[in-house]
Design a protein around this ligand. Structure first.
Ligand SMILES: Cc1ncc(COP(=O)(O)O)c(C=O)c1O
Length: 474
């Protein structure tokens, strides 16, 4: 690569005014605001943007730049920014009943949302346990499956399986399922009993599978079965799987994969947990992604898009079978969160689902998703674009040294490319993410209200930046 660190694009971000105490906000951030997964030196060096407002598909930063939100915040803002009716739903609920827990009591928006989700969920996943976010949902699901199996007289069934490179959250249990070494290492020991199987990264699979989807699906299923057999089926409680794996770069499952996974889960009494924290609520083209990917899990974990981000909530949906031992009071799930199912968030979620129905957002994603993909595929004429994959409004574009051989960039090159891409795209007016957890993949997840005009806008910015990147790499 011809470029060096000092000729990488640098976007500087002016301070977003002063705090009420008169401190320039960049300074106050550097001193007091601890960003998540954030290199804190970025505040004082002016490398981190401060977002000041948003409307529709765009947000504005403290420099007055207008940026297309190509990631829906963080796979969250399904209905777009600035929806007054969601703000009003929150205000109405806060005036009526701002807070009450769902511990031994219920509140009306909590009941109404649970019913609405249960009716929309696949199969008999009719029971809803609320959390405040995705990690808590995953944590909840793991604890629940342990207790479920203990109540079935199988107390040794406690281990859980997830897929290589997957992200399931950051709390200790969820982090144990998150198979990203750099995220886990500083926090060991983690929760014992988390096992790993290969993910569905078909593009980087053994070349024998590149043109044989069925054989790839069978190989993946065999790997899962082998892990269960090696550990002993009597010790394995659940398999956690995303409908489309985000981390690593939008890995869609090969045809037949989920049928095989479901069959293996049933054969060995392993519960299937569909982690839909990203994929649910329209992202991949169904209200629940397991529906559009064609399988019925035993448990669904969800969060992000349920309120389009106007207030935080998570929801774990559970089948009749798993709920059964808790139904008549012989067993109690001794687990909960003060803010789980917060009334304001539940009211916002209901209003958000009203928007989904009124505006046909799920149908829009189903109808327009292929056009979004086709628009991104126009980038194949740029010699470093290797793969475009995903589903609905959720895509990854993988960059490669040579699209014919799929040659990888070296680690050093990949780091430099990422350091180039994020600021260059931002400067050009597009907020997306160059995934830093594997090969170089640009992740895209625009609001579900996006149309062809937006796809074209995204493509033209990507084209401009990727052409410049390809030239630097020559
Ligand atoms: C699949 C998946 N599970 C769980 C989580 C954790 O969610 P949260 O950040 O709300 O705790 C995420 C977050 O991105 C996720 O993508």
């Amino acid at each position: 690569m011809s470029s060096t660190a000092h000729d990488l694009p640098v976007v500087t971000h002016p301070s977003a005014g002063t705090t009420p105490l008169g401190t320039p906000r960049n300074e106050a951030a550097a001193r007091h605001l601890w960003g998540h997964f954030t290199d804190q030196s970025g505040w004082s060096e002016g490398r981190l943007p401060t977002v000041v407002r948003a409307e529709g598909h765009y947000f504005w930063d403290s420099a007055g730049r207008r940026i297309f939100d190509g990631l829906s915040g963080l796979f969250v803002v399904q209905a777009g920014h600035g929806r007054v009716e969601l703000a009003e739903a929150a205000a109405r609920q806060a005036r009526e009943l701002a807070f009450f827990p769902v511990w031994g009591y219920a509140h009306t928006p909590g009941i109404d949302l649970a019913e609405r989700l249960a009716l929309a969920a696949p199969g008999d996943l009719d029971h809803v346990f609320f959390t405040t976010g995705g990690s808590e949902a995953v944590e909840t699901a793991w604890k629940l499956v342990k207790q479920y199996w203990a109540l079935q007289g199988k107390p040794l069934k406690r281990k859980v399986i997830s897929r290589e490179g997957s992200y399931h959250g950051t709390t200790h249990g969820a982090l144990s399922l998150t198979r990203i070494t750099s995220y886990q290492e500083p926090y060991t020991p983690l929760v014992a009993g988390a096992l790993q199987v290969p993910n569905t990264n078909w593009y980087r699979s053994d070349p024998q599978f590149w043109h044989d989807e069925d054989a790839y699906a069978q190989w993946l299923a065999d790997q899962l079965e082998q892990v269960i057999l090696a550990e002993g089926p009597d010790t394995v409680a659940a398999f956690f799987v995303e409908p489309v794996q985000n981390s690593g770069g939008c890995f869609v499952a090969p045809r037949g994969y989920f049928d095989k996974v479901r069959a293996i889960a049933d054969r060995y009494d392993v519960l299937l947990v569909s982690d839909e924290v990203i994929c649910a609520y329209g992202r991949t083209g169904g209200l629940f992604a397991s529906v559009d990917q064609g399988y019925v899990p035993d448990v669904i974990t969800s969060s992000k898009g349920l309120t389009s981000g106007y207030s935080p909530i998570g929801a774990v949906l559970v089948s009749d079978r798993v709920y059964e031992p808790f139904r008549d009071g012989t067993a109690v799930f001794r687990h909960g969160y003060t803010f789980g199912g917060h009334p304001v968030s539940a009211a916002v979620a209901l209003a958000n689902l009203d928007i989904f129905e009124r505006e046909g957002l799920v149908e829009q994603v189903q109808r327009q998703g292929p056009a979004f993909k086709a628009t991104l595929e126009r980038l194949f004429d740029i010699p470093i674009v290797g793969d475009v994959r995903g589903s609905g409004y959720f895509y990854g574009i993988e960059l490669t040294r040579d699209p014919h051989t799929r040659e990888r960039f070296s680690d050093a090159e990949a780091d430099t490319i990422r350091a180039f891409l994020n600021p260059a795209l931002y400067e050009a007016g597009l907020y997306v993410r160059a995934d830093d957890r594997g090969d170089v993949v640009i992740q895209l997840a625009p609001p579900l209200t996006s149309t062809q005009e937006d796809f074209d806008h995204i493509e033209s910015i990507l084209r401009d930046v990727l052409v410049r990147l390809a030239q630097r790499l020559e």
